[in-house]
Design a protein around this ligand. Structure first.
Ligand code: NAG
Ligand code: NAG
Ligand code: NAG
Ligand code: NAG
Ligand code: NAG
Ligand code: NAG
Ligand code: NAG
Ligand code: NAG
Ligand code: NAG
Ligand code: NAG
Ligand code: NAG
Length: 821
């Protein structure tokens, strides 16, 4: 009897447990004839993903069925990873998703998702914890249909990008049309069924970027392996049934996603828990050299060179007049035709960073390099060969039988390619290089003897001229200086070309006023837009700055520095030609109530980080090591993608390896950005640039200019920021135009770093490499800042003698005020 009661109790408990189980399964599962109404959601077992109806925000009221991260809400927004009805949204919030009893899905009894190929007798639809929405038979684990086979713009861990050759299914990522429109845009990332599998990014039918073949450790056109532990990218799988790319983070707590965005960029992002934001750690195409075939056939793109495109040895430009401005889309051709019948051709080895496009190449698995070379010589259309570790095939050889497209160079290339050249060209190349070295040793001897002579002369000159005014550089001399400097490789442009480009220097073309003259917008004959800076004829000081600008900028190459394209010295005109920056200067946006709206927090943060990198390059990484001395918002230009570029090197000084502090009697720069020791004592160092950078950070965050107006200390941004910091009201500093979408911790970090940079004592300020680390790493420790420079002017009694002395000096400083351009 007792045992019967116990049994009954056990049974009821069992039933109860079953009911509970059923209930909790029901939250991620849709049963036949059951509908999910707008407003309800399915949540996966561990609550990682949710599925339901959503709108994209913005003005659109359209309703979509989609999957998003259930818990991760960057800035309170859903991160949508899949959209069921991207082409056919609902217009009202009365929709429902129904699983029919034949195993098909219906949205509002109208639209069907791609259907399962088999008819199921007992179907269920379930949202799995990896973000996959599947339809299967209730007692089978095999999927009749899965959302992973129909990706939208996001590839999650475990999803395949590529082909199922048995069914002909092609899984690719298609970008949204815009931020608030999930319908298919023009950018598609797909795995291509070429001889060597690679991932391509398309814009319509134009290739924008390619991953290059897998070389055994990574895709050859991807510069750096993402250094995030736990992400296993094992290369493309390629066999007779499948060709796909996949990554796998399951079993770790890393959350990553790969997306194609509406601007045509593919991105890998990782979720950073501490900031509550997605952090993009890999994106392509990076600028210029990663754009597909940026340089035309048979030329190599080198982002660190100028011009960036150059012909392969043994080739010449098809249209030489286009080359100077690197618009080499028409490519290069052979100097001497190949001689196939006589077999007299040879090969030249060049180590490059990315193999040429392999879509038309031929693969020979498992043959040696010698055999490969022989195969190439035998085929009259062969232009080059290389070894390759081909996924699914193994180590073998690739030969190219067409023009060579999309080659890229870096500072440490790894891939040897053997280029076929006619015997005559090979001979002339080898003789040229030996001539070069002969020439070099000759040149060395000459240089040594001249240097000694010059030193003697300089010494006498110095003694004579010591107290006279600074040497006046004649135009003629200047021209010789610039032309004589072979290293510069600068393009000289004709006066007439620039006249034409700027419409006779029309007033309507004026972009602004630069350091030493007007800046005009111009358009060269081939359509390239440029900015032309014209040195005022009656400016003597300008000559120095002109020369400074030419010699510095031409030798500096960094994505955060504006690029000098060429110059013109003709008659008594001196002009500089720069790349055109469509978004103008930062101050014009930042301090404008309307335009400032376009600078959201993400953009501002990006600008801060990019300027920091540019400045680090100037201070430490460039071959010149430069102090800019005039860093300010009006000298930061913005390109079409809002990437900042430091410009105006007219006041820049380079400093030697061991020299860190320099003193000058002529203090130049801009009020508000000058470090105290520089403004008051003329001492400048990298730390004075750091001060200016700190001011810039605080201006970017607050949208306010830093003014040094003694009668109005409340306009003094640094003082204001310092007070708010001490009162714990840092967010009050934030520009109201930023709105609500920002990361609090990021803002706090930036203000902290800004204040560290503007500290009174130069030795307290961080160097730029620390700044870059602090900006880029959420875990980097931050020091507490001390009071900012010039604080004393406003806070202590104004009538003290020393302050008076300081103020007096301040007001007598020679300043060249550069108005924005
Ligand atoms: C689903 O609905 C259809 C039509 O209303 C009905 O014939 C069928 O039996 C239902 N299936 C289930 C499993 O309830
Ligand atoms: C949903 O609402 C719209 C208009 O509000 C209406 O036209 C449509 O018939 C409704 N659909 C359903 C399934 O009720
Ligand atoms: C499945 O059922 C739905 C609704 O009952 C119907 O519209 C659809 O045609 C059916 N599909 C197949 C393949 O039978
Ligand atoms: C599924 O379970 C039903 C009974 O619950 C059984 O009749 C059917 O054969 C099973 N199907 C499969 C594929 O195992
Ligand atoms: C991903 O990795 C996990 C653990 O390493 C493994 O269990 C799982 O099968 C992998 N997934 C795929 C699709 O390879
Ligand atoms: C992407 O996939 C769709 C559907 O499979 C296909 O129609 C389209 O051609 C593919 N696009 C590319 C560029 O591969
Ligand atoms: C070739 O690639 C495979 C994986 O794709 C890798 O395991 C192997 O080590 C590579 N071989 C060489 C020599 O790089
Ligand atoms: C693959 O390429 C990367 C970068 O170009 C290089 O570091 C790596 O050594 C290469 N791997 C092999 C096996 O060649
Ligand atoms: C090929 O060789 C023959 C004889 O050696 C010579 O006359 C001819 O000019 C060569 N052809 C070329 C293209 O060099
Ligand atoms: C590769 O070639 C070598 C000799 O040429 C041969 O011994 C070996 O079996 C080949 N390997 C494959 C995988 O074909
Ligand atoms: C030579 O190249 C052509 C492509 O132009 C190719 O079709 C042919 O198979 C190649 N010949 C040999 C012997 O590899």
């Amino acid at each position: 009897m007792i045992s019967f009661i116990v049994m009954v109790q056990l049974l009821t408990q069992l039933v109860f447990l079953l009911v509970i189980c059923n209930y909790s399964i029901a939250t991620d599962t849709l049963n036949p004839n059951q509908s999910l109404q707008d407003g309800q959601i399915l949540v996966s077992a561990k609550a990682t993903f949710a599925l339901g109806f959503f709108s994209t925000g913005g003005s659109s009221k359209n309703r979509y069925v989609g999957i998003w991260y259930n818990k991760l809400r960057p800035e309170g927004q859903k991160t949508i990873v899949w959209v069921a009805n991207r082409r056919s949204p609902l217009s009202a919030t009365n929709g429902s998703l129904v699983l029919n009893d034949n195993g098909t899905l219906t949205i509002s009894s109208m639209m069907f998702l791609p259907m399962p190929s088999v008819t199921l007798s007992n179907p269920v639809a379930q949202l799995l914890d990896d973000g996959n929405f599947v339809i299967r038979d209730a007692n089978s684990s095999e999927f009749a249909w899965q959302s992973f086979d129909y990706p939208t713009d996001t590839l999650l861990s475990g999803m395949k990008l590529g082909w199922d050759l048995r069914t002909g299914l092609n899984r690719n990522l298609t970008a949204w049309r815009s931020y608030d429109d999930p319908s298919p845009g023009s950018y598609v990332l797909s795995m291509d069924l070429e001889v060597i599998p690679q991932v391509n990014l398309w814009s319509g039918s134009t290739k924008k970027w390619r991953s290059g073949p897998w070389n055994g450790t990574m895709y050859s056109n991807i510069e750096t392996q993402p250094s995030i532990n736990g992400i296993v990218i094992s290369g493309p799988v390629s066999n007779k049934d499948d060709v796909y790319h996949m990554y796998n983070t399951s079993g770790t707590n890393i959350v990553t996603r790969m997306t194609v965005d509406q601007s045509g960029m593919f991105k890998d992002s990782v979720w950073i828990e501490s900031t509550g934001m997605w952090n993009t750690f890999l994106y392509y195409p990076k600028r210029e050299c990663w754009e597909y075939s940026r340089c035309g056939a048979n030329s190599v793109c080198d982002p660190d060179a100028w011009p960036i495109c150059r012909c392969l040895p043994g080739y010449k430009s098809k249209t030489p007049q286009e080359w100077p401005l690197a618009d080499a889309s028409s490519g290069c051709e052979r100097l001497t035709a190949l001689d196939c019948k006589n077999m007299s051709d040879g090969f030249m080895t060049i180590t490059i960073a990315a193999l040429p496009e392999t879509s038309n190449a031929i693969i020979y698995p498992n043959i040696s390099l010698n055999e490969c070379s022989a195969k190439c010589l035998k085929n009259c259309s062969c232009t080059a060969y290389a070894t390759a570790n081909i996924s699914g095939v193994g180590i073998g050889c690739v030969i190219w039988v067409s023009e060579l497209i999309d080659m890229r160079m870096t500072s440490n290339p790894t891939q040897d390619v053997f280029f076929r050249l006619a015997a005559a060209d090979l001979a002339s190349i080898s003789s040229k290089s030996s001539k070069k070295s002969q020439f070099k040793s000759m040149a060395l001897i000459i240089i040594f003897s001249t240097v000694a002579l010059i030193f003697l002369m300089l010494f006498f000159c110095w003694r004579r001229k010591r107290m006279t005014h600074k040497a006046f550089i004649t135009y003629h001399q200047l021209e010789k200086d610039i032309r004589g400097n072979d290293e510069l490789e600068l393009t000289q442009l004709q006066w007439s070309t620039l006249m034409e480009a700027t419409n006779n220097f029309a007033e309507t073309n004026i972009l602004g006023k630069g350091g030493f003259g007007l800046v005009y917008k111009g358009k060269l004959a081939e359509g390239r837009e440029v900015a032309v800076k014209r040195l005022s004829k009656n400016s003597t000081q300008g000559v120095d700055e002109f020369k400074n600008e030419v010699t510095f900028i031409a030798k500096l190459q960094h994505r955060s520095l504006v690029r000098l394209l060429g110059y013109c010295i003709q008659r008594d005109e001196k002009l500089l030609v720069y790349e055109y920056m469509p978004n103008g200067s930062l101050d014009a946006l930042l301090f404008d109530k309307e335009k400032g709206m376009h600078l959201d927090w993400q953009t501002r943060f990006h600008i801060i980080v990019a300027i920091a990198r540019g400045l680090l390059y100037l201070h430490q990484d460039s071959r010149l090591r430069i102090i800019h001395r005039d860093l300010k918002a009006s000298n930061i230009l913005l390109d079409i993608e809002m990437n900042p570029k430091i410009s105006d090197f007219g006041l820049a000084r380079n400093f030697g390896e061991h020299e860190t502090i320099t003193k000058t009697r002529k203090v130049v720069g801009t009020y508000g950005y000058m470090a105290p020791e520089y403004a008051l004592d003329g001492v400048f160092s990298v730390k004075s640039d750091v001060f200016s950078f700190g001011v810039l950070i605080l201006e970017i965050i607050s949208g306010q200019r830093n003014r040094v107006v003694l009668s109005q200390p409340n306009l003094y941004l640094l003082g204001n920021a310092w007070s708010l910091w001490n009162e714990g009201k840092v967010l009050d500093l934030l520009d109201p135009l930023i709105g609500n979408l920002f990361s609090v911790s990021q803002v706090m970090r930036c203000v902290n770093i800004g204040l560290l940079c503007v500290q009174e004592k130069a030795e307290d300020r961080p160097i730029m490499s620390s700044v870059v680390i602090m900006l880029g790493n959420d875990d980097a420790p931050l020091a507490m800042p001390k009071a900012p420079g010039f604080k004393g002017i406003f806070s202590t009694k104004h009538d003290s003698a020393s302050d008076h002395a300081h103020l007096y000096t301040l007001n007598n400083i020679t300043l060249t005020e550069h108005t924005g351009r």
